[in-house]
Design a protein around this ligand. Structure first.
Ligand SMILES: [Zn+2]
Length: 254
């Protein structure tokens, strides 16, 4: 039974995990309370995090809020380096991650809008290629692990740019193979098994390389790339098990 539960947690797509999450977080977080690890998002200590992902990463998924290593890293970045928790901001969160959604929705400084094609957490049903918003509307846009799934990622980036206010910023994280110079993309690769083999997941349409930053720039953004783990102390990185290899891309509208 326990193995079956762990199998579900590791293999289910995240949008399905969302549906089961209330059961997960209520039951498992009680049994795993502890001091060894700490999730900054749900502000809870645990004896360990769950394993997660196709490569079964140890100590990855928070039992309390379902955050992963990259979510906890981004949380620290937003807290320490931006005005996100302080200023009055109009925020668009595409494909909202549940761990963030629960917290952002309660923040009184945010006017918080969520959007997606399918997510049960999204209040606006939308296609990122053509969003139902006027120009220059949002201070901040999040679209994490979205662009590797969409047909025309540069068009989607341009849409995000369009709806941002001048001076606004977006966080558009994607999986990147940093050993690769150029993004691998082929419209003829349509079978899930081939996409999994070439692009890393059955529903990914490309595998980004180090030229990801150039794609963002081609959509108009001024981009900063930060290896933010390097700016945190080692004890924090270990205790909250942050994604050390993750580069955070901050895409600003000029
Ligand atoms: Zn958590």
């Amino acid at each position: 039974m326990r193995r079956a539960k762990l199998f579900l947690i590791q293999k289910l797509p995240r949008h399905q995990l969302i549906r089961f999450s209330f059961i997960f977080s209520n039951i498992f977080s009680i049994f795993l309370k502890g001091n060894k690890h700490y999730c900054p998002i749900c502000e809870t200590g645990f004896s360990r995090f769950f394993s997660y992902g196709s490569k079964n990463r140890n100590n990855s998924l928070c039992p309390g809020c379902l955050s992963l290593e990259r979510h906890r890293l981004l949380w620290f970045y937003l807290k320490n380096e931006t005005n996100f928790f302080r200023d009055k901001l109009k925020v668009l969160h595409l494909a909202p991650e549940q761990c963030f959604y629960r917290k952002f929705k309660k923040m009184s400084n945010l006017e918080y809008v969520t959007g997606d094609l399918n997510s049960p957490l999204a209040e606006v049903k939308l296609d990122i290629h053509k969003m139902p918003f006027t120009d220059n509307l949002f201070d901040v846009v999040f679209a994490n692990h979205v662009l590797e799934h969409v047909e025309d990622d540069v068009k989607a980036m341009k849409e995000v740019y369009r709806v941002l206010k001048p001076g606004g910023w977006a966080i558009l994280q994607v999986p990147i193979d940093t050993k690769r110079d150029r993004t691998l993309e082929d419209k003829n690769i349509v079978e899930p098994i081939d996409r999994e083999r070439l692009f890393g997941q059955y529903d990914h349409l490309r595998l980004y390389g180090r030229d990801y930053i150039d794609r963002l720039a081609s959509a108009g953004f001024n981009v900063q790339a930060k290896r933010y783990c390097e700016q945190l102390n080692e004890a924090t990185v270990t205790k909250s098990n942050l994604m050390q290899s993750e580069i955070i891309y901050i895409a600003k509208k000029k």
